[in-house]
Design a protein around this ligand. Structure first.
Ligand SMILES: [Zn+2]
Length: 169
């Protein structure tokens, strides 16, 4: 999927987290939403020409050379490792309670955002290795091609759903 579809998936994940966590304060909602959208775009840092790689060219180029596209960075295992790493190290690195709370909110969006990326890529013909490292089998629910008509339909459906969410119906 392209970055617009993924960003929409990230916004959907952000809305889901905001309602699940029960946050009502605009600043806190924005932190979650920012995390969710960035998380939804992050896995494609393994692609040399992706939107996110363009935004952080040095890190993106290094990461996209180290990792195969739709490889390890596109697995639930990587999401789990990221979550465990953040949960373990942030309380050690960040001592100030208010700052720690903002970082926790950010990653409460970022991790589900990453998950939304895998879900959307599962609609693509290339699929996602959901069982890695047990199996390298790629699972795909649909056979949508990135940038094709199917993706335009997914994009439109997501937009309508999010507009409905925004309007509160
Ligand atoms: Zn991807």
């Amino acid at each position: 999927m392209n970055y617009i579809t993924h960003a929409l998936g990230g916004v959907a994940a952000g809305f889901a987290v905001i309602s699940a966590v029960g946050v009502h304060e605009p600043v806190q909602e924005s932190i979650i939403m920012t995390g969710a959208v960035l998380g939804s775009l992050f896995p494609d840092i393994d692609h040399p020409k992706s939107w996110i790689t363009n935004k952080v060219p040095l890190a993106g180029t290094i990461i996209s050379r180290l990792f195969k596209h739709r490889g390890f960075l596109h697995t639930p295992l990587f999401i789990l490792i990221t979550w465990a790493f953040i949960s373990f190290f942030t309380p050690i690195w960040i001592q100030e309670a208010a700052e720690l709370y903002r970082i926790v909110l950010f990653f409460n969006g970022f991790i589900p955002g990453m998950l939304s990326h895998l879900i959307l890529d599962t609609l693509n013909v290339q699929g996602v290795m959901w069982l890695y490292p047990i199996s390298r089998k790629r699972f795909n629910l649909l056979s949508i091609r990135t940038g094709g008509f199917g993706e335009a339909v997914v994009c439109a459906v997501l937009s309508i759903m999010l507009f409905g969410q925004y309007k509160g119906f």
